[in-house]
Ligand binder design. Structure first.
Ligand code: ZN
Ligand code: ZN
Length: 621
């Protein structure tokens, strides 16, 4: 009987075998039937089956079938090599590539591109490149692109670029790989130059260039490129990735308007008529990080489908805005969702967000409970960041002994991490524990000698203990050691413009009006009981508060400017690159009461919502 007929008796027909989308189970079933009825599988179908297995990570099955084949051709070898390459097993892929040639089978361009895709060593890449040329593939675009990609992955940008320049058959993929490669290694100027030289660009090329700017945290350039992309001819169709990258950069920009503008573009895009969970989660994150927790909540609640990233973004937002109880409520809801039969498993980032929410609100018991649950019930081993968050939580709440005990119990590799000690040092300020601060700072000086944060934190502990001379001495030592501080900078958005202020800034066009307003405001503040904090706080430039105007911290300038340039009663939003200092914190509380406005400040760690003389952080930040 003909083998085909036998197979048909078993319910397997030829069109079934020939279809390209066999899944792993179908493949296995077919294979088992073939063995059972004793039909020899021809090379054509055997190759197909190897491809099916390797596509679905069934490398052992692919291997077994390959070994059983009496007859193999270049497709069989390439399928097996591709399977190993797909698993990132470059060495085995390479070994098979060599063996194939020893057995007299000549590689084709797919064989080269497969073996190159697993290449992680520049030297191997060079050898394969040379071999491809000897085999006559020097003008084959598939091989050239694979060579470029291999060089890019090995960080050999010069070689990658050379291949592009010398090849006559490059296409948009080759160019885009070079742009993305330069972007990934931080060489943004060359990435841009190559991008500008591209004869033709597709959406992937634009996305690669935008991602390169995003990686450099250059949100302004990323957004300006997006506006160019909108005007390109023929018009580009945006992808989810375009907007996800842009939203992540705008979340870090000192502007809520930019994020809102992007949201408007997303809504206009026909591609987004159906909901996308990744994009919506990015929107939640952007709104929360740019200061509008309300917008974040509205989007989150309207999401038809939520994944762990969406939940984490919302929990993190509540935590950063000082709404720890909301963060915890949401966390519980996530785990025991009533509406569906299964909750969503939190990941390590979710725990980090909820722990930091507890820490910002001084919820010690809740934090401890979560820290234990994480390991015991969710099988997530704590990373140094989780430990640092726990140390921060304990130390802020004044439990320094417990914090030290926790550090003593930590694995050695965690103890060697600066963030754990940094958290302890930062919190010594609340109890003015000079002795412990000194001890911790010595360790930090060894771990991270150039880190300004250690000097500032130590100086702040001295200041909190009333030891002003020592506080000043620490900053002097830092300056003498040539360690430079990032100058304090605040931004405020008024209308379509973002105004930027440095400490004691005199360059703003309305500087005189700002200073005049400040003098009046300070008088009212003093009448309301404001005493300029005499303790030295060295958050900006390491300068003392001596001259009230020329050393005015940037957020005071930005707030004052906000008062004169926005309508009475409206909220004022400030973005700041460092932590708010004690004096500015006290001052902003009083200002919020005097002018009866909500003042929202995003500092480097979190949000402060100042209203009616109080701050949402409860003075822990
Ligand atoms: Zn300040
Ligand atoms: Zn605050």
């Amino acid at each position: 009987m003909e083998p085909v007929c036998i197979m048909e008796q078993y319910g397997i027909s030829l069109p079934f075998l020939d279809k390209n989308c066999l899944d792993y189970k179908e493949g296995k079933r077919f294979h088992a039937t073939i063995i059972k009825i004793g039909v020899k599988l021809g090379i054509y179908f055997a190759n197909k089956l190897i491809i099916v297995y390797s596509k679905h990570s069934g490398i052992a099955d692919a291997r077994q079938l390959f070994d059983e084949m009496s007859d193999r051709n270049v497709i069989s070898w390439t399928a097996l090599i591709a399977a190993y390459a797909h698993q990132n097993n470059g060495q085995v892929a390479l070994r098979h590539f060599e063996q194939m040639q020893r057995e007299g089978v000549k590689p084709n361009h797919f064989t080269f591109s497969s073996v190159l895709s697993a290449c992680r060593e520049a030297q191997v890449g060079k050898q394969l490149h040379a071999r491809a040329i000897t085999h006559g593939f020097h003008s084959d675009v598939v091989v050239s692109n694979a060579v470029i990609n291999a060089y890019v992955k090995c960080g050999e940008m010069r070689d990658a670029h050379k291949v592009l320049s010398h090849s006559h058959t490059n296409n948009v993929v080759s160019w885009t790989s070079i742009v993305a490669g330069y972007g990934k290694c931080g060489n943004i100027e060359v990435a841009r130059r190559v991008f500008d030289q591209m004869p033709y660009r597709n959406v992937v090329s634009w996305n690669a260039m935008i991602a390169a700017y995003a990686q450099q945290d250059d949100g302004t350039e990323a957004l300006s490129l997006f506006h160019q992309m909108r005007q390109s001819c023929p018009p580009m169709t945006f992808t989810f990735s375009t907007f996800a990258t842009l939203l992540s950069v705008s979340a870090r920009l000192p502007s809520l308007q930019q994020g809102k503008l992007l949201h408007a573009h997303i809504l206009k895009c026909s591609l987004f008529q159906h909901k996308d969970v990744v994009l919506e989660s990015s929107l939640v994150d952007m709104y929360a990080k740019c200061g509008s927790i309300e917008d974040a909540r509205l989007i989150f609640e309207a999401m038809p489908e939520k994944n762990v990233v969406s939940w984490t973004a919302m929990i993190d937002g509540y935590g950063k805005h000082g709404q720890a109880k909301e963060a915890l409520r949401l966390f519980e809801q996530m785990r025991y969702q009533q509406t569906s039969n299964w909750g969503i498993e939190p990941n390590d980032v979710t725990f980090l967000s909820v722990l930091s929410a507890c820490s910002h609100a001084g919820l010690v018991d809740e934090g401890f409970h979560l820290f234990h649950c994480m390991n015991r019930y969710h099988n997530i081993s704590p990373r140094p960041e989780h430990y640092a968050s726990m140390v921060d939580l304990l130390a802020r709440a004044g439990c320094l002994v417990e914090a030290r005990a926790l550090i003593n119990k930590m694995p050695e590799e965690v103890k060697a991490r600066a963030e754990v000690w940094g958290a302890l040092l930062g919190a010594c300020r609340y109890t003015a524990n000079v002795q412990l601060a000194n001890h911790v700072a010595q360790r930090l000086f060894l771990l991270k000698p150039q880190h300004t944060g250690t000097y500032i934190a130590l100086s702040n502990v001295y200041a909190a203990a009333g030891m002003d001379t020592d506080a000043a001495k620490v900053i002097k030592v830092m300056k003498d050691r040539g360690i430079k501080m990032e100058p304090g900078c605040s931004w405020i958005e008024v209308g379509k413009d973002v105004h930027r202020f440095l400490v004691g800034d005199k360059f703003h066009p309305q500087t005189e009006q700002i200073h005049a307003t400040w003098i009046k405001l300070e008088k009212q503040m003093k009448e309301a009981g404001y005493v300029s904090e005499t303790n030295l706080t060295f958050n900006e430039m390491g300068e003392e508060h001596r001259e009230p105007i020329s050393c005015l911290h940037s957020e005071k300038l930005a707030i004052t400017f906000g008062l004169i340039s926005t309508p009475p009663g409206s909220s004022i939003r400030i973005f700041k690159n460092l932590r708010v200092c004690l004096d500015c914190h006290i001052a902003t509380k009083i200002i919020s009461k005097i002018v009866d406005r909500e003042i929202i400040v995003r500092d480097v760690n979190r949000f402060h919502h100042f209203k009616n003389g109080l701050c949402s952080c409860g003075d822990f930040w």
